[in-house]
Ligand binder design. Sequence first.
Ligand SMILES: Cc1cc2nc3c(=O)[nH]c(=O)nc-3n(C[C@H](O)[C@H](O)[C@H](O)COP(=O)(O)OP(=O)(O)OC[C@H]3O[C@@H](n4cnc5c(N)ncnc54)[C@H](O)[C@@H]3O)c2cc1C
Length: 865
Amino acid sequence: MKSHAKAVVIGGGVVGCSVLYHLARAGWRDVMLIERSELTSGSSWHAAGGFHTLNGDPNVAKLQAYTVQLYKEIEELSEQSCGLHLTGGVMLADSPERMDFLRLAHAKGRYLGMETELITPSEAKAMFPLMDERHFVGAMWDPVEGHLDPSGTTHAYAKAARKLGAEIVLRNRVTELTQELDGTWNVVTEQGTVKAEHVVNCGGLWAREVGRMVGLELPLLAMEHMYLLTEPMPEVEAFNRETGREMIGVIDFKGEIYTRQERNGILLGTYEKAAKPWSPRETPWDFGHELLEPDIDRIAPSLEVGFRHFPALENAGIKQVINGPFTFAPDGNPLVGPVQGLTNFWCACAVMAGFSQGGGVGLALSNWMVDGDPGFDVWGMDVARFGEWASLRYTNAKVRENYSRRFSIRFPNEELPAARPAQTTPLYDVMTRDNNAVMGDSWGLETPLWFAPPGMEAKDIVSFHRSNDFAHVGNEVRAVRERVGVTEIANFAKYEIAGPGAAAFLNRLMTNRMPKPGRIVLTPMLNETGKLIGDFTIANRGPDGAGERFMVWGSSAAQIYHMRWFEKHLPADGSVRIHRFDQTLVGLSIAGPQARAVLDQLADTDVSKEAFRFMDFREMAVAGATCMVNRLSYTGDLGYEIWMPPAYQRRVYEAIKDAGSAHGIVDFGMRALLCMRLEKNFPTWFRELRPIYGPFEGAMERFVKLEKNDFIGREAAAWEKADGPKLRRVSFIVDAGDADVMGDEPIWARVGDTDYGTVEKLHGYGAPRFDASGRAISGGGANGRDADAAAVRGIRDGAWRVVGWVTSGGYAHHVKQSMAQGYVPAALAEDESDGLFEIEILGQRRPARINTLPPFDPDGARMRS
Ligand SMILES: Cc1cc2nc3c(=O)[nH]c(=O)nc-3n(C[C@H](O)[C@H](O)[C@H](O)COP(=O)(O)OP(=O)(O)OC[C@H]3O[C@@H](n4cnc5c(N)ncnc54)[C@H](O)[C@@H]3O)c2cc1C
């Protein structure tokens, strides 16, 4: 074993081997994988080996498509078969709601280049004759699904990595990790110590233990998972004989079942409601190639449904039941990337679908380690998306919830109940008990979404359509626009960045000029490639010894992500200090034409229009409590954000309500706030603004000062400006029915033959196109469907083409319009004509018109008033 390596990957499951391969492929040949036992000694060896490209997050879906595409490459390089069977598969809908869900997934697939098709139950039966079609209302066909040999695939990655010069050391446990002052890691193993620049935790079932070696409590948990294999079935053999094809994969949501052909029989697995964690606190080091005791009773309810839906299975003999553990993060997506607060310590853990996602995880992580950036939008699986509140107990509750809901529909207005409340502000009981608020989970913090009137149960009726909150959110919006409202804004990220180097540091990171004392600016933040990685409000608090103090507000969910970036760029001379407040600073916002009148009664300072101007920042007493106040509001109205330590929040809130009563003040929630920002065309972080867009694409040019000083991403942004952005963020007025957009809907345009570049190229990759024997396929997959690829993908229809995608939207109650924001080719972004665009909502194409000016207060007079 070598004593030095550029990077040591801990763990030889499918994920560790993929990371090793990608590092070597990216040119880091001096890399080493250390495995406790043999390769695949965690969950990888007993996997069912299924793979697919569909994922709720389009960016994760792209990385899954890459994973599937990669198998041919590693097979060729390693000369090791992955045992690929690209059979295609169907998802079966048993209810209209599930069919709506499939319509959404299908529509999303249009701009990702996926070739899914909505089909009838009889069409599905022709591909999978074991099903009784009377139980279903429809289905979705996906040609890029199949299964593989888990062990062969893991070894193919490993052999390919070795061919590129990587070293693999087996039967050698890593027992300790320490770091020298110069950042070098000591990877202490049973066979000696390796000095490494980088360490990657691919410990799979033991990832928590490897994390604990460096003081980390990673939010992941292993769950028991069962699948069974039948004896050979005559029905399967007959189908193979008659069609010359293998049976396809099937997901039956109602039964929480996935199934596919295995040899001459069937493999059937379940994600049962009675989900069971395995070894919840720690994983024993002596656990190895053993399986867990099967527990058929636990999956009996799913099997009962399965036998009804697939009657032939009831008579099939069961050859074997596999029960094995594998790990999940609280939201079911992987934990990937560098860990904030540690240098060169990386994670690729909690990969619950290693054979769908392992390649994408390896690619993203190796890009990140080698180039400093993952190269894609990997937020959905970034290890930084969880905060301190994601404790062992939180993780346990959330993972069980996620596992048991794997095949359940998540409605756009659905808040999940497990592990709540995790964090509350001092107003929690006032909001829930006195004000009848419907609460939502905002990065672990309970936040009011809307307020139900007295006597009504404070509960969302979950739906893809407008629901029971519609009228009440409308009332909140109207009250703010006509009078005044107050809302909690504790769920923002808040930082103080101070010291002699603070101004220079922020000027280097941000695209806008930093404000003068007492003033505020809005500013995006870019990565080196000129893509949006943040959007902040920054106020100058004034002098701080030799430097200045800046208050910075951003997206709550991105605070670990942003701290990681801030710390990476901190000057080594200690001239900049960063403090993240999290819930030690909370906030209230008052907005509406009477907002000044309310504040005036509570402040001991002059808050007149002249003394406290739009985009001013003041430290002042509000109701006698020391607060920081920003004169701005995300509602786009006259408004103030008032920030204070939690100890003052109740008193300030009560004083605002008292002072506001004469003006008809109301409480309003997050839903009303987000609705009001829509009618101002304001973007939101993670929906409109993400690392796949440049600042000019995102229509943020007002906040990008290319000439101010050299900032990170400036050169790339200058190129984007000079070349002209390819895409452009726009707002639409939509002729919607009783459902508004939710995000991720395709945008169609009547553009005839004009080609703006295929949408899947604009958005990222298309899906792979090869069959099990490596032959390229166009359009259909192994079920023999063959048609024009673009038509199958549904991105063309006569003169209409899919040209873009929706990022978010909803009903804008004040202007009484259904609105959407999204991205379209820049050449179309100014065209406000009727009849040019349609947005596909729940399978129906609805007319939409670009609205370049915000429908509410287009010249900003209200917020400046
Ligand atoms: C029953 C079952 C069915 C499944 N079906 C599918 C499926 O159909 N499709 C799919 O995509 N996924 C499936 N999975 C999930 C899949 O198995 C996992 O996503 C995948 O195995 C995760 O791989 P990994 O490399 O992260 O972890 P693991 O496979 O657990 O590998 C971790 C490795 O790290 C090593 N290690 C840990 N700590 C140390 C240390 N300190 N020193 C040295 N080595 C260490 C371990 O020995 C182990 O080999 C299934 C899982 C189960 C249990």
